[in-house]
Unconditional design. Structure first.
Length: 241
């Protein structure tokens, strides 16, 4: 017991140190890029609409109520990768203060013959039955951004955001006959609702002087995930002032 507690304590301390060093490196790298500049900010706006495209690979599992089985998104219904996107509207009410609202809808469906017997939410789906698995995810992300450093070609900011998740997994099989045995229609589903507060630094730097078409952006969410992306905009963003 003491060994386990010691290991957990050491692991937690190590995790805190690593995250602290990551933030120090983040600010050390971002700071030199944001030297003083003249003229209007390249991303000067009051209202801005953003759209992002990415490649999604659903994974994970749903556990039924109590001991009522488990549905694995990869092993049982083999959900494939697919293209999807998200949108966000941002209001910059002062030069360094922003409020925004984002929406991320993810829906994936796959019909297949089950490779194993699945027990989920009081229903037993026999191996070999043709069933339809479906994953629905909606994330609503209101947030606030404060620009610690803002220059013409970019900014270094702190972001606080609340991720509101609604996730539903379902498995359905129509009435059918398999190996000479008739099976009645079956349906089961499970839903997860979760609010997840996150915060962290956000850095953006426009790579071409005098243009906002090409920029580098890095975001680090505390205790949640890290993401780095380079974006190319073939046309000017939709901006109203």
């Amino acid at each position: 017991m003491k060994v386990t507690q010691t290991y957990k304590k050491a692991h937690k301390q190590s995790l805190v140190v690593r995250r602290g060093l990551s933030l120090v490196m983040f600010f050390a790298i971002a700071g030199p890029f944001l030297h003083a500049g003249e003229g209007e900010d390249l991303d000067a706006h009051t209202i801005r609409f953003n759209g992002f495209w990415f490649y999604s690979q659903p994974s994970g599992s749903f556990h039924g109520t109590g001991t009522e089985g488990r549905l694995d998104l990869q092993r049982d219904i083999d959900l494939r990768s697919y293209n999807t996107g998200t949108m966000r509207v941002e209001w910059r009410f002062t030069r360094k203060n922003h409020l925004y609202f984002g929406l991320l809808p993810i829906r994936s469906t796959r019909e297949l013959a089950l490779s194993r017997t699945v027990e989920f939410e009081g229903q037993t789906f026999q191996a070999g039955l043709v069933a339809r698995g479906k994953l629905e995810t909606y994330a609503i992300t209101p947030g606030y951004q404060y620009d610690i450093i803002r220059r013409r070609r970019g900014y270094l900011a702190i972001v606080a955001q609340l991720d509101l998740f609604y996730i539903r997994g379902s498995l359905n099989a129509a009435a059918q006959t398999f190996n000479g045995t008739p099976h009645s229609a079956q349906s089961s589903s499970s839903t997860i609702r979760a609010p997840l507060p996150v915060a962290g630094p956000d850095f953006r730097y426009y790579l071409i002087p005098g243009s906002r078409r090409l920029f580098f952006q890095a975001i680090s969410w505390a205790c949640t995930f890290s993401d780095m992306a380079i974006s190319f905009l073939p046309t000017e963003p939709w901006v109203s002032r």
